[in-house]
Design a protein around this ligand. Structure first.
Ligand SMILES: [Zn+2]
Length: 188
């Protein structure tokens, strides 16, 4: 399942040109200005269904084990061969937290506990919202999967900044490093 819908960040663009037919009845969609919403929407020319086009939600986790974090080297486009933390699209009927845990297991074979939300990253042009959690490894043995060429643990100073997969990868890891630095300095 995950192979089909993971990480298509760059493919799910904010444009709506691809939406041509009603997902309910198959008739052509037309663009119409909806007065109360003050917005042009795609509407079915036959049944009146309004096809709302919203960003997709991606859940990710930065799994920590000791003083290292696990990253995966992508085996699928886009950004094949680049590094990122595990993550993928949230399924309908699934909580964001569950998706972060499931995707981490699917891509690394590691079980994790979520420790808190790192932040949310959104990009108007990519049409996605990425929720990234801080996490701790609780079990499993890391290994490559159909989606990951390589699964490796990095000390924070060794994060491969030059070969990261997405803008969200860079932003989240940089927030993570900052969070960890302030957590170790701060009194607690
Ligand atoms: Zn229709």
């Amino acid at each position: 399942m995950a192979e089909n819908h993971n990480h298509q960040e760059l493919q799910h663009t904010a444009g709506s040109g691809w939406a041509k037919y009603c997902p309910r009845c198959g008739h052509p969609l037309v663009e119409r200005y909806i007065e109360v919403e003050q917005h042009v929407r795609k509407i079915c020319s036959s049944c009146g269904f309004i096809f709302y086009l919203n960003p997709k939600v991606v859940a990710g986790a930065v799994p920590r084990q000791g003083d290292r974090i696990w990253l995966v080297r992508r085996n699928i486009e886009p950004s094949i061969g680049c590094w990122t933390f595990p993550g993928g699209y949230v399924d309908l009927g699934e909580r964001v937290t569950e998706a972060a845990i499931r995707e981490t297991y699917e891509e690394t074979k590691l079980q994790i506990r979520l420790d808190g939300l790192l932040n949310i990253y959104s990009y108007a042009k990519a049409g996605i919202i990425v929720a990234v959690y801080r996490a701790t490894v609780t079990g499993g043995v890391a290994g490559p999967t159909p989606e990951s060429l390589e699964v490796s643990a990095f000390e924070l100073r060794d994060i491969p900044w030059k070969s990261l997969a997405f803008p969200s990868t860079r932003e989240a890891l940089s927030d993570y490093v900052q969070y960890e630095a302030s957590a170790t300095e701060g009194p607690h």
